[in-house]
Design a protein around this ligand. Structure first.
Ligand code: FAD
Length: 317
């Protein structure tokens, strides 16, 4: 059976959920192998984590020589790993960095590339949701090794035991790939809340908050949820751009999405419409978000959200 390489998405050696989703998809296409770019030491713990999701081989690419550079060395490393291997596909979690890696890798390998897939079938056909979710595209790579970036929450991770064989892989990085060097990295201050794209519950606020995200954050913390925002809220400087949900923000598909003071523009819906249960709080009963919502409250979010938060605290949840 041909191998399917999955690039591991991790933060300082902690594997993120999209990796498990991709390993689950990889099993449909062939034999899943995971690729870790990081320290050899962290690679051991990572291998333990991914083998529970079916990774037969875990390639460790030590990043000592490349961690100070931007994406080019990672593309080169993956090219070297892909050479002389019988690969059914290479899957990467869709992020800005990984899409750049995938693009460079596709050029190097002479392969076709599909980005932002929301599903990949056993026959390699992919599904993409485009134009703010108004069209669904089915596509397939016809040349070379299919390189596919897959959006988070595109599959439910399924556990299955793999061998998890640790396989260090040495790479030789060219001078050209080291053309842009990282001078400094500042980690974003931790909020203590779950990552937006991985959270089971997301509470989002829009222009209707009037800039006061207190009720949104209060409910999010009571529910252990991530905080999202519409573009209007982000553009007003009320929330960082990293919290934006939508066509030009992040795509989320939580079990529960609460939209407070968000009208439900198509570009916002594109990022949250596949949420399992949608609750909208809006003072305008004609707001389009109610067409999409499973439950709606017509009211002022500054009253409704704190009341809900108080109820949750009272119930001891
Ligand atoms: P509004 O549309 O102004 O809605 C505010 C809502 O709050 C109204 O329905 C109002 O009734 C309600 N409200 C007001 N006060 C209260 C209150 N006290 N209590 C309860 N409800 C109240 N938007 C995104 O969100 N994400 C994207 O990624 C995105 N990408 C875009 C890309 C492009 C190319 C373009 C053109 C637009 C994009 N937009 C995006 C913008 C989008 O079109 C909307 O302008 C935006 O989503 C509106 O944000 P909003 O719902 O917060 O604001």
């Amino acid at each position: 059976m041909s191998e399917v390489l999955v690039l591991i998405d991790h933060v300082a050696g902690t594997v993120k959920k999209p990796t498990y989703e991709l390993l689950t998809i990889a099993k449909r296409l062939g034999e899943p192998s995971a690729v870790f770019i990081g320290s050899t030491e962290a690679g051991r713990a990572v291998a333990e984590a991914v083998k529970a999701y079916g990774a037969e081989t875990v390639y460790i690419i030590d990043d000592t020589e490349i961690r100070d550079y931007l994406v080019a060395p990672k593309a080169e490393a993956l090219q070297q790993l892909a050479a002389d291997r019988d690969l059914a596909a290479i899957l990467l979690p869709s992020s800005a960095e990984n899409k750049e890696i995938a693009g460079r890798l596709a050029v190097k390998l002479g392969s076709g590339l599909i980005t932002d897939a929301v599903d990949v079938g056993a026959d390699g056909s992919t599904t993409q949701s485009v134009f703010a979710g108004s069209h669904t595209v089915t596509a397939r790579v016809t040349t070379g090794i299919p390189i596919i970036t897959v959006k988070p929450n595109s599959a439910a991770p399924e556990e299955s035991a793999g061998a998890g064989a640790l396989t260090p892989f040495s790479v030789t990085i060219s001078e050209a790939a080291r053309a842009a060097r990282i001078e400094e990295t500042q980690p974003r201050a931790a909020t203590g809340r779950p990552e937006l794209t991985e959270a089971a519950i997301v509470v989002s606020g829009g222009r209707g908050t009037g800039g006061d995200f207190g009720p949104v954050e209060g409910l999010a913390d009571a529910l252990g949820a991530a905080v999202g925002a519409s573009r209007a809220a982000v553009d007003s400087g009320w929330m960082p751009h990293t919290n934006q949900v939508g066509q030009t923000g992040k795509t989320v598909a939580p079990q529960l999405y609460v939209a407070g003071g968000i009208s439900g523009a198509i570009q916002h819906r594109a990022g949250m419409q596949t949420s399992k249960t949608i609750v909208a709080v809006n003072k305008d009963e004609e707001a389009p978000i109610f067409d999409l919502a499973d439950f709606g409250v017509v009211g002022d979010l500054h009253t409704v959200l704190p009341a809900l938060t108080a109820k949750i605290h009272q119930s001891g949840a």
